[in-house]
Every structure is written in structure tokens, then in C-alpha cells.
Design a protein. Structure first.
Length: 122
């Protein structure tokens, strides 16, 4: 089974998360691993690198939420005559899209939650 420390190591590979202490990331990674494990099919390989990647994608979205409340985060600041702005909503949508893509790529190892999918071809 994938361990939270493995997921933490994946997160630490990202430049924007390398300064966050592992002690802060581990609880998030533990929740993400637990969540992904609950979604896996019974016949899925629980030691697969895909499970670690899914867990890391889920943990990254949660870490992003935590970072939004950090006092040193900014939406804009001025440097001389230039203003640097960040679009937090756009960043969140990017994080969410990356997580959703990871889950879509691994749909074959996840439980079917029911429902249906309809696609029309032209």
C-alpha cells in the first residue's frame, strides 16, 4: 500500500511546494491516500505508482486550499512601476483540472460510482 511519505516525496518535487515542511504535508498526504484507497476497485494494485500519483494530485488541491489562507500569500504587489498580479481563481481551476485529469487517466482502477455518461457523435 502507498504510504503518505511517498506522496509527500512526490509533492516535494514541485518547486512551489519544496519549502513547505514535510510535517505540514504529511497529514494532508495521509488524508489523500486514505481517500484514494477508498475509491480503488477491489482488484486494483494498491502499490501501483498510479495510486501514488492520484494521491499526490488530491493532496495538491488540499495544500492549495491551505496556502490560500497563509498570511504571506498575495493577489498582487507592486515592484517599482510594475504590478504583479495573481489570479487565485484561475490557479485553483488549474489545480483542479490537473487533479481531475489524473483521476480520468486512472478511471480503470477506480470504482464506478454509478450514474451514466452520454456522449453524442456528430
Amino acid at each position: 500500500m502507498i504510504e503518505p511519505t511517498e506522496v509527500c516525496a512526490i509533492l516535494k518535487e514541485h518547486a512551489d511546494l519544496e519549502d513547505i515542511p514535510a510535517t505540514e504535508l504529511l497529514p494532508v498526504c495521509e488524508r489523500a491516500v486514505s481517500y484514494v484507497q477508498s475509491l480503488l476497485r477491489d482488484d486494483a494494485d494498491r502499490d501501483s505508482p498510479r495510486v501514488a500519483a492520484l494521491s499526490a494530485a488530491e493532496a495538491r488541491v488540499e495544500v492549495f486550499h491551505k496556502l490560500l489562507s497563509a498570511p504571506d500569500r498575495f493577489s498582487s504587489y507592486k515592484v517599482g512601476d510594475m504590478t504583479i498580479q495573481r489570479d487565485i481563481q484561475k490557479e485553483f481551476l488549474i489545480e483542479k483540472a490537473m487533479r481531475d485529469e489524473a483521476f480520468l487517466k486512472s478511471a480503470d482502477i477506480l470504482k464506478d460510482k454509478g450514474g451514466f455518461f452520454f456522449e453524442a457523435y456528430p
